[in-house]
Design a binder for this molecule. Structure first.
Ligand code: SF4
Ligand SMILES: [Zn+2]
Length: 267
């Protein structure tokens, strides 16, 4: 069931088996299943792991991805955030939080920094696509959060593939598990005995997402699929407004504004 749905989703992304895909492997179940299935279906993949240096948790995650890539027979690139950016994620995010007047959640900061790293490093590695483990629950929550905040246009780039064909510096991102519910992924990863860290990240803190998650947990899988499918239809309306991409004047990465979100947080 999962396998057939993921095959269909991959067809929808248009990715082909010759393209070089960098899979963002975190040590968690979602990215492990993503890498496992892409490898099983014969895609040309490599693993890319950001070692966030969040104490023991990061050590466990790193060991899990090393083992996963060994089992799959794929190469793995480990990006050490302390070496590359001078500090671990805990320090980076508290520095941002103490500088900014408005409250910014841990996961929001971490997410922006990770996205920036993935794009930059994927380009250096000449990857054609980045694959992430985002699942149906993540996506329906994000769509609803943006809707509840009154900014549905923020969902414009959410879908099975996020790309900007006119901007070569932006590496398209695919989400093979877009239509798969989190619980099914958990069961599948256990059934396949994948090396996975099931415990939660100790820095996970996004109270609004937790509230929305409590709400979406009451929805059936069919209802969650309806949420994402309806947003996919609406997305085209917002896309035209969102298509213009510039380059950040600080780091040179693709950005909708003069300064990208990562540099906006870090300066
Ligand atoms: S749970 Fe939040 S803080 Fe932890 S790795 Fe994920 S995005 Fe970063
Ligand atoms: Zn920048």
């Amino acid at each position: 069931m999962i396998e057939n749905q993921v095959k269909k989703t991959l067809r929808k992304t248009g990715v082909n088996k010759k393209e070089k895909i960098l899979v963002a492997v975190s040590g968690g179940k979602d990215s492990a299943v993503t890498a496992y299935l892409l490898s099983k279906f014969g895609y040309n993949i490599r693993g890319f792991h950001i070692d966030l240096k969040i104490g023991d948790y990061s050590e466990k995650c790193k060991n899990a991805v090393v083992e996963l890539c060994r089992q799959l027979g794929i190469s793995l690139i480990i990006y050490d955030i302390k070496k590359e950016m001078g500090s671990g994620m805990c320090y980076l995010r508290s520095a941002v939080q103490s500088r900014k007047k408005t409250e910014i959640k841990n996961c929001a900061i971490c997410g922006v920094i990770k996205k920036w790293i993935f794009n930059k490093e994927a380009r250096k590695l000449k990857a054609d696509k980045i694959a992430t483990g985002h699942n149906l629950d993540d996506e329906s929550q994000t769509f609803l959060m943006n809707l509840f905040k009154g900014s549905p246009e923020l969902s414009a780039n959410i879908g099975v593939i996020t790309e900007n064909t006119s901007n070569k510096k932006f590496i398209p991102r695919i989400k093979p598990l877009f239509y798969i519910a989190e619980e099914d992924i958990r069961k599948y990863s256990r059934q396949k005995k994948l090396p996975v860290v099931y415990e939660k990240c100790p820095c996970a803190l996004d109270s609004y997402r937790i509230q929305v998650r409590e709400f979406t947990e009451k929805l059936s899988e069919k209802e969650k699929v309806n949420v994402v499918r309806n947003f996919e239809r609406l997305r085209e309306k917002f896309r035209k407004k969102e298509s213009e991409i510039n380059y950040c004047r600080i780091c040179g990465e693709p950005s909708r504004n003069q300064v990208c979100r990562k540099c906006g947080l870090m300066q």
